[in-house]
Design a protein around this ligand. Structure first.
Ligand code: NI
Length: 217
């Protein structure tokens, strides 16, 4: 099958698989990441097919929904791409990106080897911040039955992926443990610019959140 057809078919497959999710990892997350990744990929001169397939398949079996198993995602993506007779080199590239993409804690570096990986990681992280990021964070917290906020629990800067996986803290802590750190962890210049505005919006949001929480606004 040619690559264009594989991309079209993958889009339909992912849309169907992820239609009903209520945790902020639904099809529309994928669709936004796909669209941002394509734009970033163009400015960075990345290979479009690798970028598109990695963006489309990046959450197909996320560790957050597979008992912490971070090999489920790349395996399921590889299975799908092999079934559709994608080029073996392309499959390797895509699976490497999916395997190394995730945020793993405040103190854990997550370097990407290829420009395609950098672009897709940036796109996924851009969708985790700003107005949409805030909405997704509370949706995920609700999905995990977490408190929105607890004044006595401070954020934890996780130093290992295992500790980060076990985290059960309230949703406001997640801003400090991940979201507010993302602007400085963008790989590409174009993503850094977009992240700046989204970051400022989150700071304003938190400011307002605490004012209202304390009855000062
Ligand atoms: Ni994602």
């Amino acid at each position: 099958m040619n690559t264009k057809n594989i991309i079209d078919k993958t889009r339909l497959y992912v849309e169907k698989e992820m239609a009903d999710d209520g945790s902020g990892h639904d099809w529309w997350h994928i669709s936004r990441v796909w669209s941002i990744a394509r734009k970033l990929g163009q400015s960075e001169g990345a290979d479009p097919a690798t970028v598109e397939l990695s963006a489309l398949l990046h959450d197909i079996a996320d560790w957050k929904f597979n008992d912490g198993d971070d090999s489920a995602g790349p395996e399921r993506a590889a299975e799908w791409l092999r079934k559709n007779e994608a080029d073996p080199e392309l499959i390797d590239e895509v699976c490497e990106i999916i395997a190394t993409l995730s945020y793993k804690g405040a103190g854990v570096p997550t370097p990407m080897r290829t420009i395609e990986g950098k672009v897709v990681q940036d796109a996924d992280r851009l969708d985790a911040i700003g107005a949409v990021g805030i909405a997704r964070t509370f949706a995920y917290g609700g999905h995990k039955n977490r408190l929105m906020y607890h004044p006595d629990e401070s954020p934890v800067m996780h130093q290992s992926f295992d500790d980060y996986k076990k985290n059960t803290g309230h949703t406001i802590n997640h801003f400090h443990e991940k979201l507010l750190l993302l602007k400085d962890r963008m790989n590409t210049e174009s993503a850094k610019k977009l992240a700046e505005q989204r970051h400022l919006f989150m700071e304003d949001y938190l400011d307002r959140f605490f004012k209202e929480w304390n009855g000062d606004a």
